[in-house]
Design a protein around this ligand. Structure first.
Ligand SMILES: CCCCC/C=C/C(=O)SCCNC(=O)CCNC(=O)[C@H](O)C(C)(C)COP(=O)(O)OP(=O)(O)OC[C@H]1O[C@@H](n2cnc3c(N)ncnc32)[C@H](O)[C@@H]1OP(=O)(O)O
Ligand SMILES: NC(=O)C1=CN([C@@H]2O[C@H](COP(=O)(O)OP(=O)(O)OC[C@H]3O[C@@H](n4cnc5c(N)ncnc54)[C@H](OP(=O)(O)O)[C@@H]3O)[C@@H](O)[C@H]2O)C=CC1
Length: 280
């Protein structure tokens, strides 16, 4: 879809890049010439991902840093280490935590577990990079992965909905504040994209995965390459005038729930025939 060198010369950090959508994005960025660094808490996962990916071909080496983004000092140390051999060009805020729960049963620690990763961690990494871009007068690009319920809210994932709404607010706020310094911030709002991390925590029964497909206007979940193609565009210079935007990629799922008459897809052909005006 893109020229092989679309991202050549770019240094990109993907938080949570050892698994799931983060890994898929990291792999695609690397194939297009980027020098990608992935981070996460589980060092064995990161090391294995890099080993597998780097063994495939001679695209730029993918490297990893163990970092819990909830820890501001650890974030500072990671970002310092990344900058030590030249500035980063792109930050992809992908790391997240989530689970389903009835909200009245959430403990304060459960709320903190999600807000700590998604809201606090994401802002620590973004600010650590932004400070260095501003000080070095270096252009920067931040892409944050939110969710389609970041602006609608959603039952049963309250801390995630609150935290992702905050990340969206951060994106729009800093797009204006840092835009004059050549720093762009955008977001992608995915619908359901099968990953082990999400499915284990959010899809308690297999038949519920089918519900995600049935209620989607396109009657299927997303494919990773559909999201990674969008991410490549947004972190490339080809999207140089896109700033403060959030692009939903969900097959139309959220609109399906929004339109007042959308439920009429349940009507049969017979129902529709019966209500047609009768020719006199
Ligand atoms: C299908 C469509 C997708 C829709 C959108 C998807 C969005 C996503 O973000 S998917 C990404 C999913 N991936 C992950 O969540 C990966 C990282 N997640 C985690 O590490 C854990 O799930 C975490 C978020 C719970 C954080 O782990 P950790 O910090 O180790 O937390 P603890 O296990 O120590 O638990 C802290 C606290 O939270 C309570 N808790 C944990 N899980 C649940 C649960 N399922 N329901 C209710 N409460 C939960 C846990 O009990 C602890 O509280 P206390 O018991 O009060 O100590
Ligand atoms: N899959 C889907 O359908 C959807 C996903 N999304 C979003 O896409 C992104 C990726 O999710 P997905 O790939 O499905 O899930 P994964 O569970 O595979 O990815 C989450 C990643 O975040 C890392 N992570 C979690 N906590 C921390 C932390 N404190 N510090 C550093 N890294 C951390 C995890 O690594 P480790 O545990 O080793 O730290 C893991 O690699 C998330 O932002 C999610 O909200 C949004 C909508 C739908």
């Amino acid at each position: 879809m893109y020229k092989d060198d679309l991202l050549a010369g770019k240094k990109v950090l993907v938080t949570g890049g050892g698994t799931g959508l983060g890994r898929s994005m990291a792999e695609h960025f690397r194939r297009l010439g980027a020098a990608v660094v992935i981070c996460g808490r589980r060092q064995d996962v990161l090391a294995q991902t890099c080993e597998e990916v780097n063994a495939r071909d001679d695209a730029p080496e993918m490297t990893w840093k163990g970092c819990d983004i909830r820890d501001a000092q650890a974030v500072h140390d990671m970002v310092e280490a990344i900058w030590s051999d030249g500035p980063l060009d792109v930050l992809v805020n992908n790391a997240a935590g989530n689970f389903i729960s009835r909200s009245h049963e959430l403990s304060s620690r459960a709320v903190d577990a999600v807000l700590g990763i998604v809201l606090h961690g994401t802002s620590y990494v973004t600010l650590a990079c932004g400070k260095r871009w501003l000080a070095g007068e270096h252009a920067g690009n931040v892409l944050s992965i939110v969710t389609s319920y970041a602006w609608t809210g959603s039952a049963y994932v309250l801390p995630s909905a609150m935290a992702k709404a905050g990340v969206l607010a951060m994106t729009r706020s800093l797009a204006v504040e840092w835009g004059p310094h050549g720093i762009r911030l955008n977001a992608i709002a995915p619908g359901p994209f099968p990953t082990k991390g999400a499915w284990e925590r959010l899809v308690p029964r297999p038949e519920l995965a089918e519900r995600f497909e049935q209620k989607n206007p396109l009657r299927r979940a997303g494919r990773h390459e559909e999201l990674t193609n969008l991410a490549c565009y947004l972190i490339s210079d080809q999207s140089g005038y896109v700033n403060g935007e959030v692009v939903t990629i969900d097959g139309g799922e959220w609109l399906q729930g929004a339109g007042q008459f959308n439920f009429l897809s349940e009507m049969t052909d017979g129902d529709w025939e019966a209500i047609k005006p009768k020719k006199k």
